[in-house]
Structure formats: structure tokens, C-alpha cells
Write a protein that binds this ligand. Structure first.
Ligand code: ARG
Length: 567
């Protein structure tokens, strides 16, 4: 248990004792007050007032008069309908102590130790390019895996590659039609596939003959028999090799890879079984599961030409995952546009007797200022463009600030800044909100950005260096200024933020927290001097700064952001 939680437990106990038997408050009743001048923890008396048919103000006065304080709690005060608790310097000291002892482990817990969770993310389609929309998926999935692991869940991160489907058939058809003889150099392979895809999409709009040929290739690929299979295999490998390199560059944790083309046989067996059991029914030549009673429409599994739908293969995938890893819970990090398909999948699995917990971690898409992106029209920011442009911009900025730095240091710093901008801009947004990506905004050194957080961290490192002492005090007797108080309260709350992020699958909680922490640090550091402060205060402020640096680093690491000593 963290110091903050322990303190809350203690407060809860004080309240329980004061209240007596008639009403049992819970941890949820012990909260951060709405305003800073209302103490550190508040107990609202409304529920109790209702039970006792008394005014909450009266109750607050009565309760606070009956409480013994001391230790971590300096004072208890009735303020309107609330009993407000004020922490003492001993509490701050305990928080600083906890951070300095646990270091990179500060904030973690063991709550997940008994549970295994599979996290499926990183599911691009082969024969297509990777754009910023995918990047959101990759980075959210990666951070989620790390956040869950920090609570000791046994996490199994997996990738699912869609290497079949009409887009693949289109590309294979397009190459055969127009590019059969071309020699494609290694570096251009993936871009070439994307170009062919866009080309085909544009050219066959009204061409029925072409559409039929593509449908035929689609069937061939599904059965993995026929003259197009060799070309499919070759180009599929181009994509998969590229994904592997890209995932490695981003450091994505992936324990297993699943491929749609591996699931065809299983899917056919499952569909047959569903038909036998009467779960799937025949309609206009197609096979589907009728989910209208659950307001989920129909889950189409097999087209009238016998080919399988994407959602059918997901049934086989779920069983494959179960067979190989039997996770207690399975998460699917997939964009919000597939919500219905996910609900249909879960519902169909339930009808089949699949018992494990399933959840869709849904996120909104990414757009540019110019509007929605679509690889079909070519209006996209590709991953490479994102990375390279951010890196060039970060390097220019760093060069301006440090004209004396040598090339190597410049490069390393620029790369860290660029990646922090990329990651933070994808992670700070709550999942249910879309992202309008903007290069300048992502890279700004002020505001809710990755570079701002790195900068705050670097400031703390340089302060530590200038202090020329490793002697920091873990007492907190002098840290009474409201700006100091706000800072140590924020440090104390980190474990709870991390826990909430892991339970609600919202890595943005951590991003918001880190931004808030950085602002609190900046306010403290700009207003109060650390190195010039009198003895005692100086050491305590240094300890406070050091603890802030540690927590910043812990949070950033979970988000996949690497810190740098100076910038
Ligand atoms: N490849 C799909 C896409 O890009 C996402 C796959 C999601 N995973 C799944 N099990 N259906 O839209």
C-alpha cells in the first residue's frame, strides 16, 4: 500500500470511529476536496445527514470535534458540510521517503498478480502503409501493456496481421495487371504496394470486369491455391518484414503473432459447427448469426460466394488465443469504428459457450487539420514522414538552443525529443476523443507536450548537478509553502493515478498527471529558490525536486518516453 492510501485508510478509520455504528463509510467517501484551501482530504457529510435526518453542517462540526489528530494529520476542521483533513510535514516526509526507497518501482502494486490478460494490438493490414492512425494504436497498446505490468498483471501482448481481404486481392491484381515486370528495390517495396493500392482503387471505380477478377483472386488467396498465391506470398513477406522492423524501432512488446491466413481452416470448421447447432442461419445465400434480439444486427460470417468475412475469422482467432494461452481476460485495442463488429463478435462467442472476459479497448481515429485520413485517397501522414519531420524540426530547435553541441549529441537529443512529441501527442488524449494531429503543436516546448515534460525533467537534473551534493534531506518540516504543498500532494497521488489508468485502460490519465505534476514543479521552481535557500530548507527542496524527477521518469517510462539529461 502506498503512503497516500495508508493515510486515507487511517482517515477512514477515524471517521468510522467518530460516526459509530449507524453508517459505514467506504474509501469512496474519502476524497480530494473540490478546492485546494479545503484541506488535503475531505469527508462529505451528505449521506450521513440523510440517514440521521440532520443537517450536514451540524454533523461536520460534531464529527470533527470528536476526532483525535496527530502523526500524519495536522488538523481536522469542519467547513460547511465537509470534514476536512490537513496533512502534516510527517506525511510529506513519508511520501519522499517512499519515493526514495522504491525509486523506479514507486507507483507500482501487486493487484494484478493473480490475473493473466491478453492484449491484442498492433494489427495492421499487409499490403498497406502505416500511418499516424496506426501509430495511435501501437503506442496506446504498448503503454497499456506497460501500465498493466506495473500492477503485476501477467500480460500477453499479441499482434494480429490481416494478410487477406479485398485490399490484398486488389493489390495482387494491380501488380499482375500493370507492374508484373517491374523490379522493385527493397526500400521502395512497401511504398510500392501502397501506390498500387491507391492506383487500383482509383482506376476500377466503374469497372465491373476488374471487380470480378479481383473477387476471383480473393477466393484463390483464401484457399491458398491458384496462380496468384506466389505473388501474394512474396509481397506479404515484404509487408511483414517491414512491420517487424517498425515494431522493433518502436520497442513494441509482442509475445505472439497471429495471421488471418492461418485461421481459414479453423474458421470453416467453426462455421460448420455453428450451422449444425443452428446458431448460424442461411439467408440469401449467406450465413449469419442473427443478433437482432440484442440490437446488434446480424453478424455476417460467410458471403454467398462462399468466402469468409473478417468477423468470422475473429471467432477462430479467439479460440486459438484461448488454446495457446488461456488468458483470463482478452483485450482488443481497436479503433471505435469497429465497435459494432466487436460487440457482434463477443456476443457470438458467448452463444458458442466461450466464457472468458472480453473487452474492446476502443479509441477514436486520428485526423490532420486537412480532415480525415484514408490510405485509399493518399491523404495520410505516413509513419516515416511523422518520424522524420519531427526529428528534423527537433534538431533545428536544439541547434538553435545549443549551437556549441557536437553532431552526435544533437542527433541523440533531437531523436528523444521527436519521439517524446510523437508518443505524448498520441497518449495524452482520452481514448474516446479523436486526435487532430499537428506537428508544431506536438513539438512545442511549452504546454501539454512530450518536450515540455522532458524539459522539466532535464531542469531537475541540472539543478541536482548544480547543487553538487548528494545529501538531500528526507524531512519535510520546511515544505509548508502552498506551492511545495501542492507538489508533494501531487507526488503522493501518483500510485492512485497509475492504478486508475490500469483499471480503466486509460493511459491518458498518466499523461494528464505528468503534465499537471510538471506545471506544479515549474510553479514551485520559478517562485522559490532552491540552491539559495537557507540550510534545512535547501536540502528539503532538493529532495522534493529529486522525488519529482523520479516520478516524472517513472511515468514517462510507462508511456515509452525516454528521458534525456539536458536539452
Ligand atoms: N487489421 C484491422 C484493421 O486495420 C484491425 C484488426 C483488429 N483485430 C481483430 N481481432 N479484429 O482495421
Amino acid at each position: 500500500m502506498s503512503v497516500a492510501q495508508e493515510a486515507k485508510q487511517h482517515i477512514l478509520q477515524l471517521i468510522k470511529t467518530a460516526v459509530g455504528k449507524e453508517y459505514t463509510p467506504s474509501m469512496d467517501d474519502v476524497m480530494r476536496p473540490p478546492k485546494d484551501d479545503m484541506g488535503d482530504i475531505a469527508f462529505p457529510c451528505f449521506d450521513l445527514a440523510r440517514a440521521r435526518k440532520q443537517s450536514p453542517q451540524e454533523i461536520a462540526i460534531e464529527l470533527s470535534a470528536n476526532m483525535e489528530v496527530g502523526g500524519w494529520i495536522k488538523q481536522v476542521k469542519a467547513q460547511g458540510p465537509y470534514v476536512n483533513f490537513y496533512y502534516s510535514p510527517l506525511f510529506a516526509q513519508a511520501v519522499l521517503q517512499e519515493i526514495s526507497e522504491k525509486r523506479e518501482k514507486y507507483g507500482t502494486s501487486n493487484v494484478g498478480a493473480q490475473k493473466s490478460i491478453m492484449v491484442e494490438y498492433a494489427q495492421p493490414n499487409t499490403h498497406k502503409a502505416i500511418h499516424v492512425g496506426h501509430v495511435r494504436n501501437f503506442l496506446v497498446g504498448q503503454a497499456l501493456v506497460q501500465v498493466l505490468r506495473a500492477q503485476r498483471y501477467h500480460v500477453i501482448p499479441v499482434s494480429y496481421i490481416n494478410d487477406l481481404g479485398s485490399h490484398v486481392a486488389k493489390v495482387v491484381w494491380g501488380i499482375k495487371k500493370w507492374h508484373q515486370k517491374e523490379e522493385i528495390i527493397k526500400e521502395d517495396r512497401v511504398a510500392f504496394l501502397a501506390r498500387v493500392y491507391a492506383e487500383v482503387s482509383q482506376k476500377i471505380e466503374a469497372d465491373e470486369g476488374a471487380k470480378q477478377e479481383i473477387a476471383k483472386i480473393f477466393q484463390e488467396l483464401e484457399s491458398l491455391k491458384g496462380p496468384s498465391v506466389a505473388l501474394w506470398k512474396k509481397t506479404r513477406k515484404w509487408s511483414v518484414d517491414y512491420f517487424k522492423a517498425l515494431f522493433k524501432e518502436l520497442g513494441l512488446p509482442i509475445d505472439a503473432w497471429y495471421f488471418e491466413s492461418d485461421l481459414v481452416v479453423d474458421t470453416k470448421n467453426i462455421v460448420e459447427d455453428l450451422i449444425k447447432k443452428g446458431i448460424a442461419i442461411h439467408s440469401d445465400g449467406a450465413w449469419l448469426v442473427d443478433l437482432q434480439s440484442e440490437k446488434l444486427g446480424v453478424n455476417l460470417l460467410v458471403r454467398s460466394d462462399g468466402t469468409l468475412l473478417y468477423n468470422a475469422k475473429d471467432l477462430a482467432l479467439a479460440f486459438r488465443k484461448e488454446e495457446e494461452y488461456h488468458p483470463m481476460q482478452s483485450l482488443y485495442v481497436i479503433d471505435a469504428r469497429q465497435s459494432l463488429a466487436m460487440q457482434q463478435l463477443f456476443s457470438t462467442l458467448k452463444r458458442m459457450g466461450f466464457e472468458k472476459e472480453l473487452a474492446h479497448v476502443s479509441y477514436e481515429f486520428v485526423t490532420t487539420k486537412e480532415g480525415a485520413m484514408a490510405s485509399r485517397t493518399g491523404n495520410v501522414i505516413l509513419y516515416e514522414e511523422l518520424r522524420d519531420r519531427l526529428t528534423v524540426m527537433a534538431k533545428e530547435e536544439t541547434k538553435k538552443r545549443h549551437p556549441d553541441w557536437e553532431e552526435k549529441k544533437l542527433k541523440k537529443t533531437a531523436r528523444a525529443i521527436a519521439f517524446s512529441a510523437m508518443r505524448f501527442s498520441m497518449l495524452r488524449q482520452d481514448l474516446e476523443k479523436k486526435i487532430v494531429f499537428d506537428f508544431d503543436e506536438a513539438l512545442a516546448f511549452e504546454g501539454c507536450t512530450g518536450p515540455y515534460l522532458l524539459y522539466t525533467y532535464a531542469r531537475i537534473q541540472s539543478l541536482k548537478k548544480k547543487a553538487k551534493t548528494s545529501k538531500v534531506s528526507l524531512s519535510a518540516d520546511h515544505l509548508n509553502h502552498p506551492l511545495e504543498h501542492a507538489l508533494w500532494m501531487s507526488l503522493a497521488s501518483y500510485p492512485e493515478v497509475l492504478f486508475a489508468a490500469s483499471q480503466e485502460h486509460q493511459v491518458s490519465f498518466i499523461a494528464h498527471y505528468l503534465f499537471d505534476l510538471s506545471q506544479k514543479f515549474s510553479a514551485f521552481y520559478n517562485e522559490l529558490s532552491v540552491l539559495q535557500a537557507p540550510g534545512g530548507t535547501r536540502e528539503e527542496r532538493l529532495a522534493l525536486a529529486q522525488a519529482t524527477g523520479q516520478v516524472l521518469q517513472n511515468g514517462l517510462t510507462l508511456l515509452g518516453i525516454e528521458t534525456i539529461p539536458s536539452m
